[in-house]
Design a protein around this ligand. Structure first.
Ligand code: 13P
Length: 249
């Protein structure tokens, strides 16, 4: 079966002091054994987070990467560098990257491939804007974003990708998708994946993201096609993030 994954996305927040605080908070508790937990921290905190969380089962990840392996790309960070710093996961195509930094489907695909080539697990983020939802384009937008990546990967690589459905209108707004709304999109994604093969559809983990909090996580996570969460704001408070992790067990 699919092991639930709760991933925190700190975005451009946090500090070394917060990394240390999380290390202390997570060292003192036992997480459910059947839940995987990851924390996507800003690049400069990767190594420190790996150390601080080293005694815990929490793995560390990054929030983006270059599509290039090395070279004259000032300011960029490669997949191999992320691995060197202890990352196991990397977010790709977060809506903030798509909207604020102009990452289109082709750029997202190139980054997914770069991550896979270095044995990082890409967490492919997809989701519709409010305008697209109101125009009843949710499924076509989301499935289009999935297709742009999955069509271009071979069978062995497809199963290595995690998908995070994050409706743009629910990110940082406090307006969570209802469990039914989220489940409907997750089911549509899984239905789409079954066009490749049933084992893929049954095996790929689908996370929900968008104002997931300690008090709404359990209901979202109880939906049959929701295999975990991608948590923004609530992943910046150790107690809140821990509570979400516990509710996935
Ligand atoms: P919030 O949980 O703050 O809404 O952010 C969701 C998100 O974008 C995680 O990647």
């Amino acid at each position: 079966m699919r092991m639930p994954l709760i991933a925190g996305n700190w975005k451009m927040n946090g500090s070394l002091a917060l990394v240390e605080e999380f290390g202390r908070a997570f060292a003192g508790v036992s997480l459910p054994v059947n839940v995987e937990v990851a924390l996507m921290v800003p690049f400069p905190f990767l190594e420190a987070a790996g150390r601080a969380l080293g005694e815990t089962s929490v793995t560390v990840g990054a929030q983006t990467l270059s599509d290039q392996p090395s070279g004259a790309f000032t300011g960029e960070v490669s997949a191999a560098m992320l691995r060197d710093c202890g990352a196991r996961y990397v977010l790709v195509g977060h809506s903030e990257r798509r909207i604020l930094f102009g990452e289109d489907d082709a750029m997202v695909l190139a980054r997914v491939k770069a991550a896979l080539a270095e044995q990082l697990t890409p967490v492919l983020c997809v989701g519709e804007t409010l305008e697209e939802r109101e125009a009843e384009r949710t499924e076509s937008v989301v499935l289009g974003q999935v297709e742009a990546v999955f069509d271009a990967l071979d069978e062995a690589d497809r199963i290595r990708v995690v998908i995070a459905y994050e409706p743009v209108w629910a990110i940082g707004t406090g307006r969570t998708a209802s469990p039914e709304q989220a489940q409907a999109v997750h089911a549509a994604i899984r239905g789409y994946l079954s066009r490749y093969d049933d084992a893929l559809a049954g095996g790929v983990r689908l996370l929900y993201g968008g104002s997931m909090k300690a008090d709404n996580a359990a209901e979202l996570l109880s939906q049959p096609d929701i295999d975990g969460g991608l948590v923004g704001g609530a992943s910046l408070k150790a107690d809140d993030f821990l509570a979400i992790c516990q509710s996935a067990g």
